[in-house]
Write a protein that binds this ligand. Structure first.
Ligand SMILES: [Zn+2]
Length: 752
């Protein structure tokens, strides 16, 4: 290296350092540019420098930092037809000796032209150029255009090298200005939508056949929108999801071999009333594919967008193969939906039927919805038609909360509802009146019984399906009773006769509790009969009967039949009327242990309700062992709940709400509480599953007197409290302190 070059290099780096420190001090590159312009020109010994910036929502690069007098904004589309546009598209630097030499330009790319129109009205003529892409992680963020060396020479290899260094450092700055992420899915992790560990696991499972975006959607329960947002943050181009109502295949697609588009993972889309061609590609960093497709698009106004591979294939009408054991996923089934699909009527469907992939797409769609519901442990599925062309929404109630799962295109809404009606043996021609039915299917080897109600709405027929999760009883310990209640209830169950009631609103887990209690009593020497509507949980050793009110086989009738069958223990699903209540009490007084339920909100209310029904207070007070009232509260996800030190106000609040026995909580000034966070395992809700909170009223001699006197609900409650009952709220607070639930969720289920 000669002395002169060495000196020049030193000078370059000292100037570069000066420029960079100004740029990095500024909030945005834009603000720093006027301050560094002079130094920058000296740095490259150039007459003019233009910096173009990428605009995420635009298909152009825009120069906002022009040197010279004119403040005109230059917008250049990302295509091979201009020099800056070509560099943006190819992401390759170019060195041009003379921009007016069309042969030199066409040697770079056949379509390349120099647009002199920008220079028409100003005293400036471009000749030689050094143009470089500004990149971060290979994502295009801008273009650096250095024009005319002051000494009239061409730009050299050293200039190119220095230009690259500078462009790279500008890229770092743009990265912060734009809020770019370092990897396509960083946003999801940063936002806590998926845990890094879970992400890495999915990433390792992804391959050519199974794109990572599909795994994120299907297994991490992320929405396309969330994934799209993450891709936008990285690629700095707009995301387009699968939205066939809004985007259509562009006529240009007809001119291209479809196999080529499919293999390139590219689709060209158009939008109503918009001339722009949307180039949807799964990896906007793939320059080779983009240049190829830009050749197809030619002079059309085009915008590069990022899309999910499955969505791109769906636009192209290609069905993604999904080799998961559960069969095709919902989106690919939706993809296959065909207006002309005939519904297969299966008259042998009264027995549980095995889900088969060979069924028509509508059939598969319904089966898939059922499978998903079972996997998500949903209790109900709501199929809600939209108005006109608005898609039908499929929502599921999971842990007591409704969530939208998919949308079925309006064109297939009727077929879907009809399919469900056929399965439930309902009249498919009748669409104006509500109908009730049920069906049973076998999903992954397990029977699933579904109760169906159709509801005519102004938008068409809707369906609500209730899934009766048949299964094994939970254990007594899994009921999560407080030690006080667990012990108290166990004592009650040791009585050979009497009546024990489990109460609460619909969906409060009464049946689960009753079967857990029966499981502790279920021994070979005991004869246990149950009458249920429907039978959801089965236990070997029990004689379980499904009542059929329509045919006259009511709870009362079942009870009469049981009493002739020498029972020890009887479960009556529900005491719906006076006759049933009276018979149940009589049965308990004649040497049987009777368990039953009532739809009441609290233990004390249960007593007044039964008295209001007109049952005999003396028999009832004699027979009553106790009442367990309960609710289900969503539990904090054990994987992501976050402990924190409770604030004094929170401790005071809990103490105050617990009331007179608060001392037993043993709260000091250091109390640990938990808050909901959200992770992949809990579908980012922070909650997973539910647990019971309970209120156990044990009948005492004084309580029996109160019942005989026809006491009010207030008097009964007071007596229960004197008998040491803890209320639902108190039990809930215990579980808040255990970290099972949080106060927000507790408040949702307890009327305050
Ligand atoms: Zn979680």
């Amino acid at each position: 290296m000669t002395k002169a070059i060495e000196k020049d290099t030193q000078q370059f780096y000292s100037r570069l350092t000066k420029v960079l420190s100004k740029i990095y001090q500024a909030k945005r590159f834009e603000d720093a540019y006027p301050l560094v312009e002079k130094t920058l020109l000296a740095l490259f010994n150039a007459q003019r420098i233009t910096v173009y910036q990428r605009n995420r929502s635009s298909k152009d690069i825009v120069s906002r930092f022009k040197t010279g007098q004119d403040l005109q904004e230059i917008r250049v589309p990302i295509t091979a037809s201009s020099i800056a546009g070509y560099v943006a598209l190819s992401k390759q630097p170019v060195v041009i000796k003379d921009v007016t030499d069309s042969t030199e330009l066409q040697n770079i790319h056949p379509a390349l032209r120099f647009n002199a129109s920008f220079e028409k009205n100003i005293e400036f003529t471009s000749r030689s150029m050094l143009v470089l892409p500004i990149l971060y992680q290979d994502v295009l963020l801008g273009v650096l255009q250095i024009i005319n060396r002051r000494d009239g020479k061409y730009f050299s290899a050293i200039d190119l090298k220095r230009g690259k260094q500078f462009a790279e450092l500008v890229g770092q700055k743009f990265r912060y200005d734009f809020g770019c992420t370092e990897h396509p899915f960083d946003f999801l992790i940063e936002q806590g939508l998926i845990e890094e560990k879970a992400f890495t696991q999915l990433e390792s499972k992804a391959d050519q056949r199974t794109p990572l975006t599909r795994l994120l959607r299907d297994h991490a329960r992320l929405t396309s929108q969330q994934i799209g947002q993450s891709l936008e943050c990285f690629y700095q181009v707009p995301f387009i999801g699968y939205n066939p109502e809004k985007y259509f295949l562009h006529p240009l697609c007809e001119q291209v071999n479809k196999a080529y588009l499919k293999n390139s993972n590219i689709v060209l889309l158009s939008e109503q009333g918009n001339e722009t061609v949307f180039i949807l590609i799964d990896d906007p960093n793939d320059t080779k594919r983009l240049i190829e497709i830009k050749n197809v698009v030619g002079q059309h106004d085009a915008q590069i967008c990022v899309g999910l591979l499955d969505d791109i294939h769906q636009y192209l009408g290609v069905v993604s193969t999904n080799n998961a054991s559960e069969g095709a996923n919902l989106s690919s089934i939706l993809d296959e939906l065909d207006d002309n699909q005939d519904l297969e009527v299966d008259d042998s469907s009264s027995e549980a039927e095995e889900v088969s992939e060979e069924d028509s797409t509508v059939v598969r769609l319904v089966n898939r919805v059922l499978l998903d519901a079972k996997r998500l442990r949903a209790s109900d599925i709501h199929i809600e038609p939209g108005k006109g062309k608005v898609p039908t929404s499929v929502r599921m109630r999971i842990d007591g909360v409704c969530q939208e799962i998919i949308q079925v295109p309006a064109t297939h809404a009727k077929a879907t509802v009809s399919r469900i009606k056929i399965m439930s043996r309902l009249d498919i021609a009748e669409k104006r009146l509500p109908q009730d039915g049920k069906f049973a299917v076998r999903l992954q080897g397990q029977p699933l019984e579904v109760r169906v109600a159709t509801i005519p709405t102004v938008n068409g027929e809707g369906v609500v399906m209730r899934l009766l999760q048949s299964g094994d009883p939970v254990s007594y310990d899994e009921l999560n009773l407080s030690p006080r209640n667990a012990e108290g209830l166990k004592e009650l169950l040791e009585h050979p006769h009497g009546i024990l009631l489990v109460v609460g609103p619909t969906g409060s887990g009464k049946t689960t509790t009753l079967h857990a209690l029966l499981a502790t009593l279920n021994t070979p020497e005991k004869k246990i009969w149950t009458a249920e509507d429907p039978v959801e949980i089965t236990q070997p050793g029990l004689q379980q009967v499904q009542i059929q009110p329509k045919t006259g086989f009511t709870f009362a009738a079942a009870l009469r039949a049981f009493l002739r069958a020498d029972p020890d223990i009887i479960l009556i699903g529900e005491m719906r009327d006076k006759e049933t209540a009276h018979s149940a009490i009589e049965a308990s007084l004649t040497g049987h242990l009777v368990l039953s339920t009532l739809h009441t909100n609290s233990a004390p209310e249960t007593i007044t309700r039964l008295l209001d029904l007109g049952i005999d207070p003396v028999s009832f007070s004699d027979a009553l062992l106790g009442v367990l009232a309960q609710r289900l509260v969503r539990t904090l996800c054990q994987s992501c709940r976050k402990p924190y030190k409770a604030k004094q106000e929170e401790i005071d609040y809990l103490t105050r709400r617990y009331g007179k026995h608060a001392a037993e909580l043993g709260l000091g000034d250091k109390v640990k509480l938990y808050k909901a966070v959200g992770c992949a395992e809990c579908n980012h809700t922070g909650y997973r599953g539910r647990t019971g909170i309970h209120e156990l009223l044990v009948s005492t001699p004084t309580m029996a007197e109160k019942i005989n006197e026809g006491a009010t609900i207030g008097e009964i409650r007071l007596q229960a409290e004197n008998d040491n009952m803890r209320s639902l709220l108190q039990d809930g607070i215990l579980k808040v302190l255990k970290g099972d639930i949080d106060f927000d969720q507790l408040r949702r289920v307890i009327a305050e």
